[in-house]
Design a protein. Structure first.
Length: 175
Protein backbone atom coordinates (compact mmCIF):
# COMPACT_ATOMS: atom_id res chain seq x y z
CA UNK A 1 0.00 0.00 0.00
CA UNK A 2 1.43 3.34 -0.94
CA UNK A 3 1.32 6.36 1.35
CA UNK A 4 -1.47 8.08 -0.57
CA UNK A 5 -3.67 4.98 -0.28
CA UNK A 6 -2.82 4.66 3.40
CA UNK A 7 -4.05 8.21 3.99
CA UNK A 8 -6.94 7.73 1.56
CA UNK A 9 -6.00 10.74 -0.56
CA UNK A 10 -5.48 11.07 -4.32
CA UNK A 11 -1.99 10.40 -5.69
CA UNK A 12 -1.06 14.00 -6.40
CA UNK A 13 1.52 16.63 -5.60
CA UNK A 14 -1.31 18.78 -4.26
CA UNK A 15 -2.28 17.51 -0.84
CA UNK A 16 -4.83 19.08 1.48
CA UNK A 17 -2.51 19.83 4.38
CA UNK A 18 -5.44 20.59 6.69
CA UNK A 19 -6.77 17.02 6.35
CA UNK A 20 -3.41 15.30 6.68
CA UNK A 21 -2.92 15.78 10.47
CA UNK A 22 -6.46 14.59 11.21
CA UNK A 23 -5.99 11.41 9.19
CA UNK A 24 -2.60 10.92 10.81
CA UNK A 25 -4.14 11.11 14.29
CA UNK A 26 -6.83 8.58 13.33
CA UNK A 27 -4.27 6.18 11.91
CA UNK A 28 -2.07 6.64 14.98
CA UNK A 29 -4.96 5.65 17.24
CA UNK A 30 -5.65 2.55 15.13
CA UNK A 31 -2.05 1.36 14.90
CA UNK A 32 -0.43 2.50 18.13
CA UNK A 33 1.55 -0.38 19.69
CA UNK A 34 0.11 0.31 23.17
CA UNK A 35 -3.27 -0.73 21.83
CA UNK A 36 -1.81 -4.21 21.25
CA UNK A 37 0.14 -4.50 24.52
CA UNK A 38 -1.84 -7.55 25.62
CA UNK A 39 -1.74 -9.16 22.16
CA UNK A 40 0.55 -11.84 20.83
CA UNK A 41 4.14 -11.09 19.85
CA UNK A 42 3.04 -11.25 16.20
CA UNK A 43 0.28 -8.67 16.80
CA UNK A 44 2.73 -6.41 18.62
CA UNK A 45 5.24 -6.67 15.79
CA UNK A 46 2.60 -5.91 13.13
CA UNK A 47 1.38 -2.92 15.17
CA UNK A 48 4.92 -1.54 15.43
CA UNK A 49 5.43 -1.98 11.68
CA UNK A 50 2.08 -0.39 10.79
CA UNK A 51 2.68 2.49 13.17
CA UNK A 52 6.13 3.10 11.67
CA UNK A 53 4.57 3.07 8.20
CA UNK A 54 1.99 5.66 9.31
CA UNK A 55 4.76 7.87 10.74
CA UNK A 56 6.86 7.54 7.57
CA UNK A 57 3.87 8.28 5.35
CA UNK A 58 2.93 11.38 7.32
CA UNK A 59 6.49 12.67 7.27
CA UNK A 60 6.73 12.20 3.50
CA UNK A 61 3.29 13.54 2.59
CA UNK A 62 3.50 16.74 4.65
CA UNK A 63 6.72 17.89 2.99
CA UNK A 64 6.47 19.08 -0.64
CA UNK A 65 10.00 17.96 -1.46
CA UNK A 66 9.63 14.52 0.13
CA UNK A 67 6.20 14.12 -1.44
CA UNK A 68 7.60 14.93 -4.90
CA UNK A 69 10.45 12.44 -4.43
CA UNK A 70 7.93 9.82 -3.33
CA UNK A 71 5.76 10.49 -6.39
CA UNK A 72 8.79 9.93 -8.60
CA UNK A 73 9.62 6.73 -6.72
CA UNK A 74 6.11 5.49 -7.50
CA UNK A 75 7.04 6.05 -11.16
CA UNK A 76 10.27 4.10 -10.80
CA UNK A 77 12.72 6.96 -10.23
CA UNK A 78 14.51 6.83 -6.87
CA UNK A 79 16.32 10.05 -5.96
CA UNK A 80 16.88 9.18 -2.30
CA UNK A 81 20.43 7.87 -2.56
CA UNK A 82 21.51 9.09 -5.95
CA UNK A 83 24.81 10.78 -6.60
CA UNK A 84 23.77 12.61 -9.76
CA UNK A 85 24.48 16.32 -9.76
CA UNK A 86 22.68 19.23 -11.35
CA UNK A 87 23.62 19.76 -14.99
CA UNK A 88 21.98 23.17 -15.48
CA UNK A 89 24.98 25.49 -15.80
CA UNK A 90 22.85 28.56 -15.17
CA UNK A 91 21.67 27.15 -11.85
CA UNK A 92 25.21 26.05 -10.97
CA UNK A 93 26.45 29.61 -11.55
CA UNK A 94 23.58 30.93 -9.41
CA UNK A 95 24.57 28.48 -6.64
CA UNK A 96 28.11 29.79 -6.69
CA UNK A 97 26.88 33.39 -6.49
CA UNK A 98 24.60 32.61 -3.55
CA UNK A 99 27.37 30.73 -1.72
CA UNK A 100 29.78 33.60 -2.30
CA UNK A 101 27.19 36.11 -1.11
CA UNK A 102 26.56 34.06 2.04
CA UNK A 103 30.29 33.70 2.71
CA UNK A 104 30.79 37.48 2.43
CA UNK A 105 27.64 38.49 4.30
CA UNK A 106 29.54 39.68 7.38
CA UNK A 107 31.38 42.23 5.20
CA UNK A 108 28.08 44.01 4.47
CA UNK A 109 27.12 47.25 6.20
CA UNK A 110 23.98 45.57 7.54
CA UNK A 111 24.63 41.81 7.47
CA UNK A 112 21.19 40.88 8.83
CA UNK A 113 19.41 42.92 6.16
CA UNK A 114 21.61 41.40 3.44
CA UNK A 115 20.93 37.95 4.86
CA UNK A 116 17.20 38.66 4.88
CA UNK A 117 17.33 39.76 1.25
CA UNK A 118 19.21 36.59 0.30
CA UNK A 119 16.68 34.50 2.20
CA UNK A 120 13.81 36.22 0.38
CA UNK A 121 15.47 35.52 -2.97
CA UNK A 122 15.94 31.83 -2.12
CA UNK A 123 12.35 31.53 -0.88
CA UNK A 124 11.03 33.09 -4.10
CA UNK A 125 13.12 30.66 -6.14
CA UNK A 126 11.70 27.77 -4.09
CA UNK A 127 8.18 29.03 -4.69
CA UNK A 128 8.79 29.22 -8.44
CA UNK A 129 10.44 25.78 -8.50
CA UNK A 130 7.56 24.20 -6.57
CA UNK A 131 5.08 25.62 -9.10
CA UNK A 132 7.14 24.19 -11.97
CA UNK A 133 7.50 20.89 -10.14
CA UNK A 134 3.73 20.62 -9.77
CA UNK A 135 3.31 21.13 -13.51
CA UNK A 136 5.86 18.45 -14.39
CA UNK A 137 4.46 15.95 -11.89
CA UNK A 138 0.99 16.39 -13.38
CA UNK A 139 2.22 16.31 -16.98
CA UNK A 140 1.85 13.30 -19.24
CA UNK A 141 4.86 14.29 -21.38
CA UNK A 142 7.58 11.65 -21.66
CA UNK A 143 10.39 13.86 -20.30
CA UNK A 144 8.32 15.51 -17.56
CA UNK A 145 9.53 13.02 -14.94
CA UNK A 146 13.16 13.81 -15.73
CA UNK A 147 12.47 17.54 -15.54
CA UNK A 148 10.72 17.02 -12.20
CA UNK A 149 13.77 15.10 -10.96
CA UNK A 150 16.03 18.01 -11.97
CA UNK A 151 13.84 20.48 -10.09
CA UNK A 152 13.91 18.26 -7.01
CA UNK A 153 17.71 18.27 -7.15
CA UNK A 154 17.62 22.08 -7.29
CA UNK A 155 15.15 22.25 -4.42
CA UNK A 156 17.39 20.09 -2.26
CA UNK A 157 20.14 22.66 -2.72
CA UNK A 158 17.75 25.55 -2.04
CA UNK A 159 16.41 24.06 1.18
CA UNK A 160 19.95 23.34 2.32
CA UNK A 161 20.84 26.94 1.51
CA UNK A 162 17.92 28.15 3.66
CA UNK A 163 19.25 26.10 6.55
CA UNK A 164 22.69 27.64 6.11
CA UNK A 165 21.14 31.12 6.06
CA UNK A 166 19.30 30.36 9.32
CA UNK A 167 22.54 29.18 10.93
CA UNK A 168 24.35 32.33 9.77
CA UNK A 169 21.47 34.47 11.07
CA UNK A 170 21.71 32.74 14.44
CA UNK A 171 25.44 33.34 14.62
CA UNK A 172 25.01 37.02 13.67
CA UNK A 173 22.24 37.45 16.23
CA UNK A 174 24.37 35.87 18.96
CA UNK A 175 21.88 33.14 19.89
Amino acid sequence: MNYFELFNIPVSFDVDLSVLPQTYQQLQRLTHPDKFASGSEQQKLVAIQKNAQVNDAYSVLKSPLSRAEYLLSLRGIDLQHEQQTIKDTGFLMQQMEWREELAEITDQTDPLAALSALEDEIKQTIKNDLAQLKEFLESEQANAVNKAADIIRQLKFLYKMLTEIELKEDSLSDF
